[in-house]
Design a protein around this ligand. Structure first.
Ligand code: SAH
Length: 269
C-alpha cells in the first residue's frame, strides 16, 4: 500500500472510522490515516485506529460524548480551517460514517465556504455494523422492506419525531443516540400503532470485543435497559428482523478469530 507523505497539503479528508472493529476501516481510510500530517478525531474512534498515524503526526482529540463536548463544534470547524491553512494534510476522523449523525456536513460547509479543498471517505455506519455483528439483517423480504436511521437525541428535552411514519409495519427503525430516550421511544411507537410485543433490541459497542445485545419488545425494553444499566454508545433497533438474532447471531459467543479483537480482549483481561 502506498503511504507516507504523498498527500496534498492544505487539504482536509473527512474520513469514516467505522463502528469500532479496526478491520472494518476501509483501505482508503487506513492509507489516509497513515499518511496525514494531522489527525483530528472524536471519542468514538478506537485507539487502534489512531495508532495507525505517523509517529510524528499531530493527533488532536476533539471529544464529543453527548453530555460533555470537549471542543464546541465552532472551535472544531476553526481548527480544521487553521490546520489546512498552515499547509498540513488533515484527516478529520469520525466514528462510523462521517455524514450520518456526525455533523460532517456542517464541517464540509465551513471548509467549502473558506475555499479549502476536501474529500470525503465513507465509513461503515453503526447500524450496518451492529446489524451485521448482531445477526439482524436490516432489511429482509419477509420482515422489512425499508429501514430508517433516526436520532433519538433530545433537543431541549423533546423528542420531536414523525412517529406515525416510524411506527409502520414491515419497517426496521434504528435509533442512534436513543438510550436516554428509550422510554419515550417505546411509548410513542406503541401509541402510534405498533404492537407492544414488536421485537426491539439494544446493541452496545457493536463490532467490538465487548459487544452486548439486549433483546426485548417495545413493552419491555425500557425496563430491560434500566435493569442492565447499559450505557452509550448503543443503538436501539425496532422491528421483526430482531427475531433473527437468535438464529443468525455469530459474533457474540463465537470463538474469536479476529486478531485485532484478540489483542483488545487480552488487554482487557
Ligand atoms: N457517524 C456515526 C454516528 C455518530 S452518532 C455512525 O455513522 O455510526 C453516535 C451514536 O452512534 C452513538 O450514540 C450510538 O447510538 C451510535 N454508535 C456509534 N458507534 C456504535 C457502536 N459501536 N455500537 C453501537 N452504537 C454505536
Amino acid at each position: 500500500m502506498q503511504v507516507a507523505n504523498t498527500l496534498e497539503k492544505g487539504k482536509v479528508w473527512l474520513v469514516g472510522a467505522g463502528p469500532g472493529d479496526l478491520e472494518l476501516l476501509t483501505v482508503k481510510a487506513a492509507r489516509l490515516i497513515a499518511a496525514a500530517d494531522a489527525l483530528v478525531y472524536d471519542h468514538l474512534v478506537g485507539d487502534g485506529i489512531v495508532d495507525l498515524a505517523r509517529p510524528d503526526a499531530r493527533r488532536i482529540y476533539v471529544g464529543k460524548e453527548s453530555a460533555r463536548h470537549t471542543l464546541p463544534q465552532k472551535s472544531i470547524n476553526k481548527l480544521l480551517v487553521d490546520l489546512a491553512r498552515e499547509g498540513l494534510s488533515v484527516v478529520r476522523l469520525k466514528g462510523g460514517d462521517p455524514l450520518i449523525f456526525g455533523r460532517g456536513g456542517e464541517e464540509l460547509e465551513i471548509l467549502a465556504g473558506c475555499g479549502i479543498p476536501f474529500e470525503v471517505v465513507p465509513g461503515i455506519t453503526a447500524a450496518a455494523g451492529c446489524g451485521a455483528y448482531s445477526g439482524f439483517p436490516l432489511t429482509h423480504r419477509e420482515h422489512a422492506h425499508a429501514v430508517t436511521f433516526v436520532t433519538g437525541h433530545r433537543k431541549d428535552g423533546n423528542l420531536d419525531l414523525d412517529w406515525s411514519a416510524l411506527a409502520r409495519p414491515g419497517h426496521t427503525v434504528v435509533f442512534y443516540m436513543g438510550i436516554g430516550a428509550a422510554t419515550d421511544i417505546c411509548r410513542q411507537m406503541i401509541a402510534h400503532g405498533l404492537p407492544a410485543e414488536t421485537p426491539a433490541a439494544v446493541v452496545r459497542n457493536g463490532t467490538l470485543a465487548d459487544q452486548q445485545t439486549l433483546l426485548a419488545t417495545l413493552a419491555t425494553l425500557p425496563q430491560r435497559i434500566k435493569a442492565s444499566d447499559i450505557k452509550p454508545p448503543a443503538l436501539i433497533v425496532v422491528g421483526s428482523v430482531v427475531r433473527l438474532h437468535e438464529q443468525l447471531s455469530w459474533f457474540e459467543h463465537a470463538p474469536n478469530t479476529n486478531p485485532a479483537l484478540q489483542t483488545a480482549m487480552a488487554q482487557q483481561s
